[in-house]
Design a protein. Structure first.
Length: 594
């Protein structure tokens, strides 16, 4: 072992190294508890669609014009859409379609109950789909009342829905409506419920839906607005575990407040014109049983009881149910759906799926029987005969570089997954060449041409690369890690550990070419910092540069040499991922020395 070979100094070196690795891993795994999501430009298309002689719907489209179409259905009834609803979707991949339902948001006329029922809204979705020329939705995404519409639309048009993501499940059963008022929520928030019913005349307090409907449809506007504010105060006070004061300010917007309260009450008092239990009937669930579905539910949802999400999952066991601990009803809760990164609060990790994270699966290629048996069809990325190699090979070709007999299916979803979030994967053949280190570092690392589709996709992703998260605290954390590396240099530990690793690193992920590039440039950076008058400013500057590099996609080509490939993530392009991999393999090889 290293300790035996360097008895006088190795214990200090090894202890320092272990501390360094621990600090680095803590730094890499640490992240803010809230994640901003994807940033979109302004809508590339918006306008109004006349769906009847009375109603005009406002709609907008974001993201990639020829991307995979995703329909976002807002809650309420009476909610509205906006740019903030696009944060779940990668703008380089998806075409996100939003619209305000009848009488809601920017749709006109505001808060109008004429021709305003569930059936009309479902018909509106079809009118909008045809108007903007979408043959089939890649995904329909809805929360709360939006989940109701998502499920109903899929049951009515299963051939038009590729996948479903629903959260805060609501199926308008009588027990759910009763729960959100006196039967359940009132027992958890008795003081707030007293305030809610105190706004009603004494004779209407046992039937709050009926009582509020009278006030919300009163002839004088002041009565309607006052009732709307009381209704919305109750709804928004119980929607999150911690009251969102910013959301409560919406109550002062009379147009929003009235449309939200009036439309909710209008739909609820009529049971959304659905037979009780309609959505969860087996005959209706059978219509969507083949559609990949992710169900997301806050464990402490007071508005939409979690039992409904569980009942839906029980009826569709092939779906994926994700419980969010410490979350209520609102989709804006800090532990709710935010797909920008895997490294979020531990409570969020249980909800990470390909659909939630990046909506990656296009559900066009066949699904393998193994994924179907395990109930994970939504996570399947199809590749025909993945382990089958050709029986013949060119005599001069290394067995490691044999071309696979069944090439990767040219599916945009597969290519996108391999390119994102680290778009530098050149394909199986080039990976073999780089990992197993060709003898000539100037030899091209491609053993087969890189398809033009992959090159264009790589460039497209590069253009849409996310901006660096220049969070001062994270930059400082990175600087602390680099400062520890600086201390290791003073102990001569870096050189010793590298020497031990490079002498025993054959057949490993990173070979001598990469190690040399990394060691030379990293040592040069450390020397420059050591010689500077302000070392702390130097490590901060280097930490900031590493963050910038870590967000850049790889600029790849089919003429790239092995050395050029390594240079993409070492030398001046050094990334935090590279440091993490290097340190991990140093530790593995050092501790494996006999």
């Amino acid at each position: 072992m290293l300790i035996a070979r360097h008895r006088s100094t190795s214990l200090t070196i090894l202890e320092s190294y272990i501390l360094y690795q621990s600090e680095l891993l803590n730094f890499i795994m640490a992240s803010p508890r809230t994640i901003p999501g994807y940033a979109h430009e302004d809508a590339f298309d918006d306008g109004f669609l006349a769906v009847s002689s009375i109603h005009r719907l406002y709609y907008s489209q974001y993201g990639k014009m020829d991307g995979k179409p995703v329909l976002f259905l807002h809650g309420g009834p009476g909610g509205q859409t906006g740019k903030a609803n696009t944060v779940y979707f990668n703008p380089a991949v998806y075409r996100v379609v939003l619209f305000d339902q009848r009488g809601a948001g920017k749709s006109t006329p505001n808060a109008d109950l004429r021709e305003n029922t569930t059936e009309f809204i479902l018909n509106d979705i079809e009118l909008l789909r045809k108007h903007i020329g979408i043959p089939k939705w890649h995904c329909v995404f809805g929360g709360s009342w939006g989940s109701t519409l998502s499920l109903l639309y899929a049951q009515e048009h299963p051939e038009l829905v590729g996948s479903l993501i629903v959260q805060g499940i609501f199926t308008v059963r009588k027990e759910e409506l009763d729960w959100s008022r006196r039967a359940g929520a009132a027992r958890i928030f008795p003081d707030l419920f007293d305030n809610f019913i105190d706004h009603l005349p004494e004779e209407d307090r046992d039937t709050p839906y009926t009582g509020y409907y009278k006030l919300l449809t009163a002839s004088d506007k002041e009565t309607r607005i006052a009732a709307a504010r009381s209704w919305n105060t109750w709804d928004m006070s119980i929607g999150t575990i911690e009251v969102n004061q910013a959301s409560l300010e919406n109550i002062n917007d009379d147009n929003w407040s009235l449309s939200h309260a009036l439309l909710e009450c209008h739909y609820f008092i009529n049971g959304a014109w659905l037979e009780d239990g309609h959505i969860l009937k087996k005959s209706n669930l059978d219509k969507i049983r083949h559609i990949p579905m992710t169900i997301i539910q806050g464990r402490y949802d007071i508005i939409c009881p979690p039992q409904t999400a569980y009942d839906l999952h029980q009826g569709l066991p092939g779906s994926r149910l994700c419980w969010i601990p410490d979350a209520g009803h609102s989709a804006s809760h800090k532990y709710r759906i935010t797909p920008l990164s895997l490294s979020s609060a531990p409570t969020y990790k249980t909800a990470i799926t390909p659909e939630v994270q990046k909506l990656a699966c296009d559900h066009v290629q066949p699904v393998c029987s193994r994924c179907e048996r395990k109930g994970k069809a939504a996570e399947c990325f199809y590749r025909e005969n993945p382990f089958k190699r050709s029986k013949t090979s060119v005599a001069s070709q290394s067995p490691r570089s044999q071309v696979l007999s069944s090439p990767i299916v040219p599916s945009s979803s597969i290519a996108q997954v391999r390119l994102y979030p680290n778009p530098g994967f050149l394909g199986s053949s080039s990976f073999e060449a780089v990992v197993h280190e060709l003898s000539d570092e100037n030899q091209q690392c491609m053993t087969a041409p890189l398809g033009s589709e992959n090159i264009s996709l790589a460039r497209e992703v590069a253009r849409a690369a996310a901006q660096s998260t220049q969070d001062p605290q994270r930059i400082q954390n990175g600087a602390d890690v680099l400062s520890l590396a600086l201390s290791l240099r003073k102990l001569n530990a870096t050189k010793t550990l590298f020497s031990e690793w490079r002498g025993h690193s054959s057949e490993q992920f990173l070979g001598s070419t990469c190690a040399t590039l990394f060691q030379e440039t990293f040592s040069a950076d450390m020397t420059e910092i050591e010689q500077s008058t302000d070392q702390m400013n130097g490590v901060r500057s280097m930490s900031r540069r590493l963050f910038d590099n870590s967000t850049k996609p790889f600029d790849i080509s089919d003429t790239m040499t092995v050395k050029e490939f390594y240079s993409l993530y070492t030398a001046s392009n050094l990334r935090w991922e590279t440091i993490g991999i290097i340190i991990t393999f140093i530790g593995k090889q050092t501790l494996a020395i006999n």
